[in-house]
Design a protein. Structure first.
Lengths: 512, 512
């Protein structure tokens, strides 16, 4: 299709010049409204104002400009349909072959203000209507819905002497519907947040491509990461490109890091499960203890700190092979040392803005949607049900273990000592198996003395006494678990008979 | 806001009568176009045609009817703004207080035809433009974007003497943007499929609420299931309501069932991991073998068959406690027997239409998107690298084990004998640990003889010989694994030294 008439109506006015120059050279008639008209004239090109074109003046402070049959018939008429051509002629309407639009900056407004009226005013009505009309009629009309498409339009027009191919227009049509769909996804998500109503009858999610990844979980699967904001979520400051599995692990790591007391915690992740977690005022000790939980698995893992790392820690990190380091800032010396390892992926989480209210997973045609498990623990969540009472230190250790347990895949059993994890059994169909795996892990890497205050946490209740028995026989002195088994009483009796501390939590923490 | 003028333009004309009756009683002026006008007149109510209202006739076979400043200014004017009122008056425009629309049935058209032109013709332009305009101006205008909202509008108008409250209008505004966003999500997804282009610069997903679930993975998390189609994905024919965790497990089960040779396979799932899989021409044997892999974990699990189950199987199933049964149809006797257990959730997968091309997961502000791991295995995917060659039977057994392994969480090791799984170690940070867990499971529930042809599959390569060594020492005769370790040669040598069959696959199958 040769382009004779173009309608240009853009909020974002950048990069117009080159396109206008080309259109001018191709003798394309330009129609434009309000600010765009002024911009085009200022750049030195001829242009007809929309109000002049339609004969209707712009009203309601710009709310109604382009919603006019002369515009929309010009866009929507089928060029190969005699009736359409006749009706256009009769009404003195004119075919519009190219529509260049972009919309009021709804997302950007959200970032700038919380003023609801201002936000609502930035919902574009006319722009999406034109983009959708042009996209529907892509067989004849070219639609540009984003300034980042100017270059390919220029290329296409130059290549084809002022024409565009149908394939080209079809691709632009897809992109236009993605623009309008994402736009209304943003608007509806704003309304959802505004009314605290996430579980609506319909639900939309959208994302902007951040990066096509080398592949997905495996090399034969394509993969990509999208962001629901218009910005990258992860601030990588060094190392090789992040892989799909890296990203998955990074999110698991950050989730745990965020849940730990601030400025104290180290988390190690392998295959999206924790394999070492420790909190300590002595940051180097917190790192060493996290590694010592399972030094074999820590190899090639992902380490996340919820504090700023210093030279000492960087030197320690350089002794082992890790894939990714996540830290809440880096001291200058630290970053210099870490960057010596060229491949080491380094993530600065200091300015990363996390929002994790709703999680979804999509398989087949279904979307499973749930609130994230981000409930904070306080002591009122827990009730000591054994005769023996925990010291404050032990209670805190139990809560620490229970918190880590919620992030390990179910069924999960976590063993801890002095605010460090020393054994994890996770992802098993039987809770007893998870107990045994956690104990085996502890025995493999820890020197345990009889008097050690080892605690155990379980993400859901023990269906039988056997798991509790196995733990206590292996040296566990205190257990925390959600209640709910018909054998709870039996388990309390066992705890009392063996002098074990037993705490029931109000909440269960399955994770799959 | 008192409603004086309503614009009604609906494709789906059902259930209008009661609403029209009420509006008529409230002396609301009606404006309407084309088919809706005829329908309203036929129902016996007064109504003004849009073309008569605007003075512009409907053109381009209905493509341009409502895209007119008189309509959109009537919708968009701020009632409390003097300039707006003045401009309306000057142009002889009239305020429109209620917009009742629904759109051309794009999704329904997709179901009925593959004719691209017909599909494109069913993209609505005018309807979404009006819905969006009314939704933007919800402070003054009421927007109905779906017939399922008529009842609540009737209720509201009756309650408030022909007025609507701002809260009510705001909720409808949210729902209108959800309608338009989902609509363009459908359109863009159609274009994506049509051009086989899933990894676009922007990406939209949408779903229709199927059900608010009792809760998410845990009782303190709200949960819901949405379908990207307008229909339920799961055909439940009996038992208690499905929980979030049930659904998650059901999808895992179906994924494996679909990958097995047709009409032969039984799959048992617990905590979204397989804990028993078997294929056999003798269906009852396939069930018994699947259970015998881990009868303890099968308790309370989910069983999925990729065949139609009969009376014998139903009787066998009634002996054990299971949460969900999924079957490709049920013989009459079978369903009668199973329904005796009132709580047992029964799913008929016979007519379930699965589409699993793309998987997503959403956390923080990121969406991780990947092609599903649905690559089919053929013998050309595999290469025997040991001196010892497998028999055809053993080769098939290895492929069976490798296929199940891809569905267990990484690191995963699966042991099999005679097309039944006899040990699974999954979700571990160390491959050696997974080997040990799989072996422990096998030893616990199987009687193993030295001459048994036990095979092992690994979802990724062995980094060291130790895992292979452990397997062979426990009676494994043949191993299948992706290659890629720097110690591959060492492993081949170990296989040859011990007379073990070793097969390398071209593909890795991590799953997290």
């Amino acid at each position: 299709m040769k382009i004779n008439t173009a309608l240009i109506s853009v909020y974002d006015k950048k990069n117009l010049k080159q396109l206008l120059k080309l259109l001018n050279g191709l003798k394309v008639n330009l129609i434009s409204s309000g600010g765009t008209y002024k911009k085009i004239r200022k750049l030195g090109f001829k242009c007809q104002e929309i109000s002049n074109f339609t004969g209707s003046s712009e009203i309601l402070e710009g709310r109604v400009k382009t919603l006019h049959p002369k515009i929309h018939a010009g866009i929507l008429s089928k060029r190969n349909n005699k009736l359409h051509s006749k009706q256009l002629k009769k009404n003195k309407y004119k075919e519009i072959d190219l529509v260049v639009v972009n919309f009021y900056p709804f997302e950007e407004t959200l970032k700038k203000t919380k003023n609801h009226t201002k936000i609502i005013e930035n919902i574009d009505i006319g722009g999406p209507a034109m983009a959708r009309a042009a996209a529907k009629n892509y067989k004849f009309v070219t639609v540009i819905s984003n300034p980042n498409q100017y270059n390919k339009l220029i290329h296409e027009l130059k290549k084809n002497n002022g024409k565009t191919s149908e394939n080209f227009r079809k691709q632009l049509s897809l992109e236009a519907f993605l623009e309008t769909g994402c736009y209304d996804s943003s608007v509806s998500n704003y309304f959802c947040r505004n009314s605290n109503n996430y579980f609506t009858k319909k639900k939309i999610f959208h994302g902007n491509l951040i990066e096509n990844l080398r592949y997905g979980e495996n090399p034969h699967q394509k993969g990509a990461i999208y962001s629901s904001k218009n910005e990258e979520n992860i601030n990588q400051i060094g190392g090789k490109k992040l892989s799909y599995n890296n990203l998955n692990d990074i999110y698991s790591a950050i989730l745990i890091s965020k849940s730990l007391p601030n400025n104290l915690g180290t988390v190690i992740i392998k295959h999206s499960n924790p394999c070492g977690v420790s909190i300590d005022k002595n940051k180097l000790l917190s790192l060493k203890n996290a590694i010592s939980c399972d030094p074999v698995s820590a190899y090639g893992g992902i380490i996340s700190f919820n504090f700023k790392i210093n030279k000492k820690i960087a030197l320690e990190l350089n002794k082992i092979f890790i894939e990714v380091i996540i830290s809440k800032g880096f001291e200058k010396d630290a970053i210099r040392i870490l960057k010596k390892k060229k491949n080491l992926r380094i993530i600065d989480s200091k300015h990363m803005n996390f929002n994790n209210e709703i999680n979804t997973s999509q398989i087949f045609n279904s979307i499973l949607l749930q609130e994230a498990d981000i409930k904070k623990f306080t002591k009122s969540n827990f009730k000591v049900v054994s005769k023996k009472q925990p010291t404050k230190k032990l209670f805190n250790n139990l809560i620490f273990a229970f918190n880590v347990c919620r992030f390990a895949k179910s069924n999960a059993i976590v063993l801890a000592k002095d605010n460090s994890i020393i054994g994890i059994g996770s992802g098993q169909p039987s809770r007893l198996d998870s107990c045994k795996i956690a104990i085996d892990k502890m025995r493999k890497f820890q020197k345990i003395n009889y008097e050690d205050e080892i605690v155990a946490a379980s993400d859901a209740f023990f269906p039988f006494v056997d798991g509790v028995e196995t733990l206590v026989q292996s040296g566990v002195k205190a257990i925390i678990q959600p209640s709910g088994s018909i054998r709870d009483k039996e388990i309390i009796k066992f705890a009392n008979d063996t002098g074990t501390i037993l705490i029931f939590s109000k909440t269960r923490h399955f994770k799959h």
